[in-house]
Design a protein around this ligand. Structure first.
Ligand code: SF4
Ligand code: SF4
Ligand code: SF4
Length: 264
């Protein structure tokens, strides 16, 4: 019996699902190993139970959390897929803004009092907080990155099918950056999140001429105080440093870096 696999999306750009579909050279091999029973991006069928549920997207509303709990209850393994599902991603920046203010900014409503009192509006924002999947249900595996790394997706599927233990990098992006023999961007007067960011992406951004912005999230053992001091020494202001930490890692950085409450 092939394992039954399903894909679900929440608040996301669907780029991680596309990254999976774009694994053209090995997709047929993968399809030979598993039975994909639900995948809105590619098919219309649904299924009652799954051996593996892949979850893309952050969880923003209570009805999304309920849907996620239902998927968890029907799954043997649950995989958070991409930065949105693993750490909240850029949309979690709204956690730092008062909900009514956020709604006002996004939808261009001029009267803030109306946002807070009009029953047409308040249900849309009153209970909204962007959360990573693991803040709501237990997660068995994470495929980090924005988007996920296709090789890690394939590695995980093969491990789940064969019963092997999947292995992901526990080192900083800097390690892979050095292995690629890149010149460090600090030597070019730039700054970088690579020292505190989980590796596994082969330092693709630096290798292609940019810096690391930290889309794979903060390493558990990262020395944030030292990194913060380094960014300060390079002339970044506190708001600039806060923005760097919050760009991708908003949900994960709550309570670890920067201010933890609403900005306003
Ligand atoms: S992690 Fe990035 S690519 Fe994947 S769904 Fe979220 S925004 Fe899109
Ligand atoms: S460029 Fe960034 S990831 Fe590469 S070595 Fe320097 S700090 Fe580390
Ligand atoms: S280099 Fe940094 S920003 Fe780029 S993919 Fe890797 S973790 Fe993400």
């Amino acid at each position: 019996m092939k394992p039954k696999v399903a894909f679900f999306d929440f608040a996301s750009c669907e780029g991680c699902q596309l990254a999976v579909l774009n694994c053209e050279d090995i997709l047929l091999d993968i399809l030979g190993l598993v039975d994909i029973v639900e995948f809105r991006e590619a098919m219309s069928e649904t299924a009652p139970r799954f051996d593996v549920a892949f979850i893309e997207g952050s969880i923003n509303r209570e009805q999304d959390a309920e849907r996620l709990r239902d998927i968890r209850a029907r799954s043997t393994y649950l995989v958070a897929m991409g930065a949105c599902a693993c750490i909240g991603n850029v949309q979690a920046r709204s956690n730092f803004i008062a909900p009514a203010e956020n709604f006002q900014r996004v939808y261009g409503v001029e009267d803030r009092n109306m946002v807070q009192t009009d029953p047409e509006f308040w249900p849309l924002w009153a209970h909204t907080r962007v959360r990573a999947v693991k803040e709501i249900v237990p997660v068995d595996f994470e495929l980090r990155g924005c988007p996920l790394v296709p090789e890690e997706f394939v590695h995980l599927v093969k491990a789940l099918v064969t019963g092997a233990t999947p292995r992901f990098s526990t080192q900083a992006v800097c390690v892979e950056c050095k292995m690629n023999e890149n010149e460090c961007v600090y030597d070019q007067g730039e700054t970088c999140m690579g020292q505190i960011t989980r590796g596994g992406c082969k330092a693709i951004c630096i290798t292609n001429g940019y810096r690391c912005d930290g889309c794979r999230g903060i390493l558990p053992h990262a020395n944030l105080a030292a990194h913060h001091g380094l960014l300060q020494s390079k002339g970044l202001s506190e708001p600039q440093i806060t923005n760097r930490y919050r760009l991708f890692c908003s949900a994960e950085s709550l309570g670890r870096v920067g201010r933890t409450g609403h900005d306003k």
